[in-house]
Ligand binder design. Structure first.
Ligand code: UGA
Length: 430
């Protein structure tokens, strides 16, 4: 099939690359000239395992191309995916201005029947909005359909998630369009749900908000474990064996970050409000998440009485492992609080340091975990990169001014750390 993808952010780029790898002809469109120039040369603009190889091989096979000319992409394609950013406004609402302008531009270039798909995360009703904008702005009397096909990929495993999704949700206005989508996705051989557009839009927000709820729930239980003298790792394991609950997304820690959960939970609260519904459950989910960093930094401060002139080593900056993304990363919150309290901060992350330099100019960036530990009064683990599990902790201890570890992701076994001579604090464990 001939496909156009508008927007080459995380979702757009990965979607375009994977569709081309499945044998479709794909044109990716973005207004950012520098980005398109890089992508044309086969250089990925994000860090994602497996992306580079797939990008380059499909460009070489001429199934994948990049352009800044939206009209060209629309004209060549039968299906047009809108994958532009949907950031958050100050009031929690989703900012749809990029989706709206993409719809207007598509309308201006519509010369024959096309299927226009919202893949960006958009609130219920956006399908109707896109339809109205295109109706109003189209120059020729041509027919078109609007579909909702939300994306569920995770950063860090985006290619894998795209190739083997748990489910494919397709919100369609009629059977004819449903059949085109069943055909498009059939090579993946994954479960597909055909539904209406509004339901598909809600499925995406409900899924992300449910996962965020799981995280805040386990974090609240972790607080209880800490005070009552229990172990959150065992509690989560004990709960997770129940197949109705499941073990995933029950890792207690500093809370959820990234470009999706914080924004999407706020947006769902706002959407509910628009329909006259107060979503108190999600308001509490947000509140619990917002308190995580404060209470974590509070514990560090309590241990040292004063943080002024203390050297703190940070391991991990990305909002989660296997990505260089710093959006809503807990590292930024923690570091800003430590700096405000007068601490000196040294940090190391396997891939996110380049972007971090721009956001955190007062931090000393280190070449390795051992460098970050050098002279530190405490080492703080913020992102659970696998390489931190494999550290030589004897060497880490020898580098430090004071062998104290605050583990914000429960990476290590507390007993072992203590045997090695560390003062070890983690989340929800004695
Ligand atoms: C999330 C969803 O998992 C994807 O399905 C969805 O497509 C995506 O949002 C999106 O809407 O675009 P992502 O933000 O890439 O994906 O990252 P997750 O792996 O879901 O992690 C989100 C945050 O939750 C991270 O900060 C992570 O550290 C935190 N988390 C996750 C926990 O604190 N505990 C857990 O047990 C799991």
């Amino acid at each position: 099939m001939n496909i156009c993808v508008i927007g080459t952010g995380y979702v757009g780029l990965v979607t375009g690359v994977v569709f081309s790898d499945l044998g479709n002809e794909v044109v990716c469109v973005d207004s950012d000239k520098a980005k398109i120039a890089k992508l044309k040369r086969g250089i990925p603009t994000i860090y994602e395992p497996g992306l580079k190889e797939m990008l380059q091989s499909n460009i070489e096979d001429q199934r994948l191309s990049f352009t800044t000319n939206l009209g060209e992409g629309v004209n060549k394609s039968e299906i047009i995916f809108i994958c532009v950013g949907t950031p958050q406004k100050n009031n929690g609402e989703t900012n749809l201005s990029f989706v709206e302008s993409a719809a207007r531009e598509i309308a201006g270039n519509l010369r024959e029947y096309k299927i226009i798909v919202n893949k960006s995360t958009v609130p219920v009703g956006t399908g109707d909005l896109v339809r109205e904008i295109i109706e109003k702005n189209k120059k020729y009397q041509v027919d078109f359909d609007v579909v909702s096909n939300p994306e569920f990929l995770r950063e860090g495993s985006a290619i894998k998630d795209c190739l083997t999704p748990d489910r494919i949700v397709i919100g369609v206005p009629n059977k004819k369009v449903a059949n085109r989508f069943l055909e498009l996705y059939s090579p993946l051989e994954r479960p597909m749900l055909i539904t209406d557009v509004n339901s598909a839009e809600i499925i995406k927000y409900a899924s992300n908000s449910f996962l965020a709820t799981k995280i805040s729930f386990i974090n609240a239980i972790a607080d209880l474990c800490e005070t009552a003298g229990a172990n959150i790792t065992d509690v989560a394991k004990g709960m997770g064996y129940d197949s109705r609950i499941g073990r995933e997304f029950l890792n207690a820690g500093l809370g959820y970050g990234g470009s999706c959960f914080p924004k999407d939970v706020h947006s769902l609260v706002h959407t509910a409000q628009k329909f006259g519904i107060k979503f108190s459950l999600l308001e509490n989910v947000i509140q619990i998440n917002d308190q995580r960093v404060d209470s974590f930094v509070g514990r560090i401060e309590k241990r040292f009485k004063k943080l002024k002139d203390k050297t703190i080593g940070i391991l991990g900056l990305a909002f989660k492992p296997d990505t260089d993304d710093l959006r809503e990363a807990k590292s930024i919150e923690v570091i800003k609080k430590l700096l405000a309290k007068g601490a000196r901060v040294k940090a190391y992350d396997p891939v996110a340091m380049e972007s971090a330099r721009k956001i955190l100019p007062k931090v000393e960036f280190c070449k390795s975990s051992y460098d970050a530990a050098k002279g530190a009064h405490a080492l703080i683990i913020i992102t659970e990169w696998r390489e931190f599990k494999l550290l030589n902790l004897e060497r880490i201890k020898n580098e430090m001014a004071c062998p104290v570890i605050f583990d914000g992701r429960n990476m290590y076994d507390p007993e072992r750390k203590r045997r090695l001579g560390f003062e070890y604090y983690s989340i929800g464990r004695k």
